[in-house]
Design a protein around this ligand. Sequence first.
Ligand code: NDP
Length: 277
Amino acid sequence: MTDRYAVFGHPVAHSKSPFIHHAFAEQTGQDLRYEAIDPGAEGFAAAARRFFAEGGKGANVTLPFKEQALKLADEALPRAREAGAANTLIARGGRILADNTDGVGLVRDVTQHHGVPLAGAEVLLLGAGGAARGVLGPLLRERPQRLVLANRTPARAEALAEAFAALAAETGVRLEVHTWETLRLPFTVVINATSASLAGELPPLPPELFAARPFVYDMMYGAAPTPFLREAARHGARTADGLGMLVEQAAESFFLWRGVRPDAQAVYERLRAALTG
Ligand code: NDP
């Protein structure tokens, strides 16, 4: 029997997840169907419960439902608890488990696809919203030398640093919070986890940020480079968008559901080609 999976989001029509998971299924010979469900702004909990009651085996959850997904689950696995949000739901033994694969997706994309080591790196993470929180734990576990948080609203970065202070101490990472003005350069890795790119905007940046040519990553992806990546490239920095993270977080979800690791690189290449037309 064909197993059912879905991504819940609002909006969700743009989602690449059905393409990715059908490609993984084809690659690994798994019999599954994966659909995109938009339950409306208020309808997530009811729609997700119905989906699982009707035999759904697993789901991805995207904006704006990731926090609700964590609350809906019968059990939150450590990565989802730490992130305060879930992007993956798993049906197991009549219960719904919540996990979060965003952070591991980012780390695999940066270290494996792009070959950029995070161990010992000086990392700047811009933003303190859901995406930043979701990746902070996995980033700290890579043991960069220092990890600096900077956010438009500094109080949110302070709160995030406080929430992860124990993990930073455990992993021996200097976790600092700075404003755009007090950032101490240089960084070897700069990650944009703000949603400025979604609005076609450039977050405020210190003028010399890209001068040392760090590896510059924007979690946002699209057919064309974001203003952030264009600015970094203009200074000769090496850049990458978040498409690889999207595919890697999906590969980890697929593994959680099916116990099989797909070839993420092959699907990334197909998706990139489709995106750029
Ligand atoms: P949130 O709304 O939770 O947080 C937005 C963050 O961006 C806040 O820190 C906010 O600052 C900051 N921000 C927004 N506009 C600006 C601006 N003009 N200048 C500076 N800072 C700004 O969003 P998310 O954290 O959920 O998402 C962030 C990005 O990550 C999105 O672009 C999303 O598409 C991407 N993403 C990509 C994934 C992938 O797989 N590739 C997975 C998950 C997310 P403040 O606190 O001051 O409001």
